[in-house]
Design a binder for this molecule. Structure first.
Ligand SMILES: [Mn+2]
Length: 325
């Protein structure tokens, strides 16, 4: 896959979708590609299908065109999967993918097994937004598209701080800024700003956090009652595991929270030693080496102990190699 132009050659109808529980990179890449098609290929009809658009991303132009109802449709000429490492994570958009004449996947999840007809999977890339930008003709990227892509890059790099941030990431962000986007507002309003419910839940998680493995691992578990007393929902957990991982002396963080009855969401982060994606894969999840997740069942205490054990093995292995030399 060399360019969107090439991918769209001969196409009249396109469906675009990302993963369930869409985040900034998912929403940004979907709106970015849809906006680029709308601006430069007016004859092509592009539709975006997502489970929902989180409140903070609704200011993005094109957010109103996202379809969350999944109507029955004749097969699309092309279906583009963005920021989604596994066809099952397409959720209710999966039938469109299966029925489409042609399929393509652009993604950066290390667990992605290249499940589409055409695949561009670059685990090293900071974000899917970075990858789709490279497939666009730079002078044909509008402000609207730039805004969506910048939002995705900001979110997947934790505002340019995670190790996935490369020189090229900054160059692309610079290109996008030059399109006249409100970059400060994007960073503040979509990344740093928290709702009262999010802040209260974060506070609860921090108060309940515990250290393991001589302070190298930190964990927190949020119960149904914790969500209730913060007037929060599982959507309000964004940023909690990253804040846990910011604790001085820790190398890895575990957040476990109640999803539905008897099921828990596991979210892992690490600084440089623990392979979070490999651990989450064992529990049917996936993600990136330094940030991954899974949905799990069982006793939360036992689960936490098991994950701590898995993480410790990485720490002991690498620390045994004396990385400082
Ligand atoms: Mn992403």
């Amino acid at each position: 896959m060399n360019s969107l132009k090439e991918l769209l050659n001969g196409i009249e109808t396109v469906g675009i979708a990302g993963h369930v529980k869409p985040d900034g990179d998912c929403v940004g890449s979907c709106l970015g590609v849809a906006g680029y098609i709308e601006d430069n290929f007016p004859k092509i009809k592009a539709r975006v299908f997502l489970e929902s658009v989180p409140e903070v991303f609704r200011f993005l132009r094109g957010a109103e065109r996202v379809e969350t109802g999944y109507p029955e449709l004749p097969p699309l000429d092309l279906f583009i999967v963005l920021d989604c490492g596994d066809a099952r994570r397409l959720g209710r958009a999966l039938p469109y993918f299966k029925a489409a004449e042609k399929t393509a996947c652009i993604d950066h999840h290390v667990s992605n097994e290249s499940f589409a007809g055409e695949n561009l999977v670059v685990p090293d890339a900071s974000s899917t937004c970075e990858l789709v930008y490279e497939l666009m003709e730079k002078d044909r990227v509008s402000e609207k598209t730039a805004e969506a892509l910048y939002t995705g890059i900001v979110h997947d790099t934790g505002v340019f701080q995670y190790s996935c941030t490369k020189k090229r990431t900054m160059e692309i962000a610079g290109d996008l800024m030059e399109k006249g986007i409100p970059y400060s507002r994007i960073v503040n309003d979509t990344f740093f700003q928290k709702t009262m419910a999010e802040n209260r839940l974060l506070g609860t998680a921090l108060l309940k956090s515990r250290l393991h493995a001589n302070g190298r691992i930190i964990s927190a578990f949020l119960t149904k009652e914790d969500f209730e007393s913060a007037a929060a929902t599982p959507k309000d957990t964004e940023g909690i595991v990253a804040q846990l991982r910011n604790t001085k002396g820790t190398e890895a963080a575990i957040l476990l929270y109640c999803n539905e009855e008897g099921r828990y969401k596991l979210s892992l982060r690490s600084t440089e030693l623990v392979d979070c994606a490999a651990i989450c894969l064992k529990y049917g999840g996936g993600g990136h080496v330094r940030a991954a997740g899974a949905t799990v069942e069982g006793d939360p205490e036992e689960l936490c102990e098991k994950i701590v054990g898995e993480m410790e093995r990485y720490l002991d292995y690498f620390e045994g190699q004396n990385l400082t030399e």
